[in-house]
Design a protein around this ligand. Structure first.
Ligand SMILES: Cc1ncc(COP(=O)(O)O)c(C=O)c1O
Length: 391
């Protein structure tokens, strides 16, 4: 096995006999994120010391850190959102789609990135095009990427998808797809929830019009908060909520009765109501800081080091990502005579935690996993005849 950065397991409070390989479902909280939440609760228990500037400084720190993580040029383009579905709804509300146009996406996207566009297409009489993978097997990602490019035409108003497929980690060439969307004048929207934090991502290379990311998976943050990038296409949009904090002059609490018509600059109008949340925001800051300290490159290298042999052995040449699959998320299609839910229950009995998505087991390690977790998974798979037992 290649040399890899050491696990950060001791920075989390996962029980020592737990093999938690399910970050694509929900990240555990590190001790420092948990401590930030506890301090937040103590702070709001006695709010006397919460100052006006505290309504702005925490959110601004999240913007700065998230912008750094995705290489966004301007932190003011980052909004604080409560969920991916909220961010995508704000995007859909402000993206023109007309009768006869189409919205292109990838087959079986996460529902937060499906319902809102289906509804929009139904309402205006546009076509919703979910591009299926044309083939299975090692060439799947390449052929699927080509099929997405072919589905984009002069009537395409929006292309909206993930960076990798959330069920099995199939990687998409988002830089090339974004360029094609730009060529036809379509908006390119990314739900990066299953990628940012786990693998390097460069917004200035891909240039999406908007990027949405929930915090509770690879960003190792808490539930019910996230971050979204809104590009200049959305500068004059109308947010889902008309928040008072999103208006110019809102830092003058005494003057709030003079309601401003003007929004604060960039993406700040898209912040959710009560964005400064004094419990979740400090937790999110801590999570983003620790990710930047660990280094996203190191996280991906660590995950690849853990899963490479297993992916080769189990999925082998059939992996849809071809020879260079991502290390943090892979789907293991179980043989027909094995019930995936029964397999999951068997894994769970050995304290190996994974998800079932369709007829596949989804394995999703992060920096807190180590070789013992993979060995525990292997042992159960071997018992089920899916692997040769380790020597
Ligand atoms: C790709 C993807 N996007 C978004 C989410 C979460 O969506 P929301 O924040 O709307 O609950 C998930 C959760 O599994 C996901 O896999």
């Amino acid at each position: 096995m290649e040399s890899m950065p050491s696990t950060r397991k001791d920075e989390f409070s996962l029980p020592s006999d737990y093999h938690y390989l399910n970050c694509a479902y929900m990240s555990p909280l590190s001790r420092r994120v948990q401590a930030a939440g506890e301090a937040g609760i103590r702070r709001v228990a006695v709010p006397a010391n919460i100052q006006t500037e505290d309504f702005f400084s925490g959110c601004d720190r999240v913007r700065e850190l998230f912008a750094r993580l995705i290489n966004a040029p301007n932190p003011q383009r980052i909004a604080i959102i409560p969920s991916a579905s909220y961010g995508l709804s704000a995007v859909a509300r402000n993206t023109a789609v007309e009768r006869g146009q189409n919205v292109v996406t990838v087959h079986h996207q996460f529902p937060s990135n499906v319902h809102v566009w289906r509804r929009k297409c139904e309402t205006v009489g546009a076509e919703f095009r979910a591009v299926r993978p044309p083939i299975d097997g090692p060439d799947c990602a390449r052929v699927w990427n080509d099929a997405i490019l072919e589905a984009i035409d002069g009537d395409t108003a929006v292309v909206t998808q993930g960076v990798v497929h959330w069920t099995d980690g199939t990687p998409f060439d988002v830089e090339v797809i974004a360029a094609r969307a730009r060529d036809v004048g379509a908006a390119f929207i990314l739900d990066a929830t299953q990628a940012v934090g786990a693998m390097p991502f460069d917004l200035q290379r891909v240039q999406p019009d908007a990027l949405i990311c929930a915090a509770y998976k690879w960003l190792t943050g808490p539930y019910s908060i996230g971050a979204a990038y809104f590009g200049s296409r959305y500068d004059d949009g109308s947010p889902l909520e008309e928040t008072w904090l999103g208006r110019v002059g809102s830092e003058d609490f005494a003057g709030l009765i003079e309601q401003s018509e003007l929004y604060r600059p960039g993406a700040l109008r898209y912040d959710m109501g009560e964005a400064p949340n004094f419990i979740l925001v400090p937790m999110f800051i801590e999570a983003l800081e620790q990710l930047l300290e660990w280094g996203v490159d190191n996280i991906q290298t660590h995950c690849r080091g853990l899963t490479r042999e297993l992916i080769e052995e189990l999925v082998g040449e059939q992996h849809p990502g071809g020879p260079e699959p991502v290390g943090h998320l892979f789907g293991l299609h179980v043989p027909e005579d094995v019930d995936p839910e029964a397999l999951q229950a068997r894994l769970c009995a050995q304290k190996v935690f994974v998800s079932v998505r369709g007829n596949a087991i989804r394995v999703a390690p992060h920096i807190y996993n180590d070789a013992a977790d993979i060995e525990a998974l292997r042992a159960v798979l071997a018992e089920c005849g899916m692997l040769t037992p380790a020597a």
